[in-house]
Design a binder for this molecule. Structure first.
Ligand code: HEC
Ligand code: HEC
Length: 471
């Protein structure tokens, strides 16, 4: 809020640019919406497309693309965004002098982590291990602010009903599919970071700049000292006034704003040029395997992935498929015993109820809940889930379908030989874990919701979500 109050004329100009840019995005998506008109208007086209006989890839008509992906268009960044861009790539802003935003959010890895480590290193000496996997910074432009309540903040989509069915009185008992009941459980959604603790992208930027495990500036004064020595210090004076360096707190807030503008304006953060986008636009054909994967991804009795990772644009065509419903869920992923912080057996990352955020610490039914991430560019990642416990999509998919059918494969046994399911949560919070939504609704001994061949199909589909496809 403080930030919003501090918006001054220059910000308004930037905001105006942003609105024009946003309108541009909407405009660009219009032709797309028309191309897959039925998908956008009645939600059945994709399914009927799946049901229809599949022409081979070679049969795709070679015509001029009707939709130009955003990345192919030159967008002039506002001065504010240009400044944010300079900061984004500047290691001089970190305590170690070696770490920039781009070190963890690599532009060559869809602004996700480079390399195969579960977490990245940071801090004053560049040796402190982070606590969570680095998310991609792509496709956050429609991420709503953090709220707990009815699901009205969500863009209107054709996805399965997300209205909850309370089965155990906890948020976690809220099913994404199945019969709806009158009682609506308030659902936490939105916000930035795995626990949604930053309300806006601007607010989020203070996190890494000041976090002792990341860029490790002890305070705004120290950051101001570093910024004053950069080649772009003069730009700060031009944009925010000659005395801006006299007020470190104001400077920090302007710096956050600039970083946010860069991410909002530069199409590199939202190119929408994956094979799946071209497919939705009618310009690419999915292979038979990718199409089978999409069907399994959608099928409520099989993958049921789309219940949470929404794969359709909003009905009005304005919001492209986000592959998240921005809601919080406890999946009970296994503890990552390789993380330094987890050597302390009493330490638990409980997501929404702490310890990184403090406001819901007493709210036991929020313990273990994390924000559903987008699956766009997930094929480029090597660390999955909030604690980076898995290193491949194959592991992720096998865990999803075997968590309940073969728990011994994924969780350790306690001293009495009993399998400690959901071992990354203290026992009292394990009831928050989702056991209602397929494929997480099975029992030991039952067949997993997807077999190996079907898992391979779903992964083939997930790879169509990587950006940079040329039809
Ligand atoms: C040392 C590695 C590291 C550096 C450097 C870093 N980040 Fe991050 N970033 C992370 C991690 C880890 C998270 C997840 C944090 C969490 O959930 O608590 C994150 C989360 C984010 C998010 C939220 C994404 C989402 O899905 O909600 C944004 C936005 C972001 N970072 C931007 C930045 C910016 C801007 C900078 C530079 C000022 C930066 N980061 C520097 C590791 C890093
Ligand atoms: C009930 C909601 C729900 C369903 C159903 C669901 N997911 Fe997820 N997914 C989540 C949440 C929440 C997370 C983050 C959990 C965490 O980190 O603790 C996640 C994380 C992931 C990740 C890791 C992404 C990353 O950046 O680390 C992948 C991959 C994934 N899901 C794929 C799938 C697939 C494929 C399916 C279908 C087989 C599926 N999900 C079904 C909610 C769901």
């Amino acid at each position: 809020m403080k930030l919003i109050e501090s918006i001054r004329t220059s910000h308004r100009v930037a905001l105006a640019c942003a609105i024009i840019a946003a309108a541009g995005i909407v405009f660009l998506w219009r032709p797309g919406a028309l191309d897959h008109r039925s998908a956008a208007s009645n939600g059945t086209a994709i399914h009927s497309a799946i049901a229809a006989p599949l022409p081979a890839e070679a049969d795709v008509p070679k015509e001029e693309p009707r939709v130009t992906p955003l990345s192919a268009r030159r967008v002039r960044l506002s001065s504010m965004a240009m400044l944010g861009k300079q900061m984004f790539y500047d290691p001089a802003l970190s305590g170690s002098g070696r770490l920039s935003c781009a070190s963890c959010h690599s532009p060559d890895h869809a602004f996700g982590p480079p390399g195969g480590h579960a977490v990245q290193l940071g801090g004053l000496r560049g040796t402190d291990e982070g606590m969570r996997a680095v998310p991609s910074l792509r496709y956050l432009e429609h991420n709503p602010s953090f709220t707990i309540g009815a699901t009205t903040a969500m863009p209107d989509t054709d996805a399965p009903a997300v209205a909850p069915q309370a089965s155990s009185g906890t948020v976690a008992g809220a099913a994404k599919s199945g019969p709806q009941q009158a009682a609506v459980t308030p659902v936490p959604q939105g916000g930035f970071d795995w626990d949604g603790r930053a309300n806006t992208m601007q607010e989020q930027a203070a996190g890494p700049l000041l976090d002792p495990h990341e860029m490790a500036n002890p305070n705004a004064r120290e950051l101001a000292r570093k910024l004053a020595q950069t080649p772009y210090a003069e730009r700060f004076r031009e944009l925010f006034g000659a005395r801006i360096f006299d007020d470190p707190d104001q400077l920090l807030s302007e710096a956050q704003f600039a970083l946010g503008r860069y991410q909002a304006e530069d199409p590199a953060f939202h190119p929408y040029d994956s094979k799946y986008d071209w497919y939705l636009a009618g310009q690419a054909r999915l292979s038979a395997q990718e199409m089978r994967g999409l069907k399994l991804f959608d099928d409520p009795a099989k993958g049921n992935c789309a219940a949470c990772h929404i794969d359709k644009p909003s009905r009005d065509g304005i919001f492209p498929a986000a592959f998240t419903d921005y809601q919080f869920e406890a999946l009970g992923v296994p503890r990552n015993r390789k993380l330094a912080i987890n050597r302390d057996a009493r330490y638990f990352d409980l997501g929404l109820c702490g310890p990184a955020r403090a406001d819901y610490r007493r709210q036991a039914n929020y313990c273990g809940l994390f924000k559903t991430p987008t699956l766009r560019n997930v094929g480029t990642r090597h660390a999955f889930f909030h604690n980076g416990v898995f290193g491949s999509l194959d592991q992720v998919l096998h865990w999803y379908v075997e968590r309940d059918t073969q728990p011994a494969k994924w969780y350790p046994a306690d001293t009495n030989g009993r399998i400690e399911k959901y071992d990354d949560l203290p026992a009292r919070y394990r009831r928050n874990v989702d056991v209602v939504d397929a494929p997480l609704d099975r029992r030991p001994g039952q067949a997993p919701a997807l077999n190996d061949a079907e898992i391979a199909d779903v992964i083939a589909f997930l790879k169509t979500l990587d950006d940079g496809y040329h039809p």
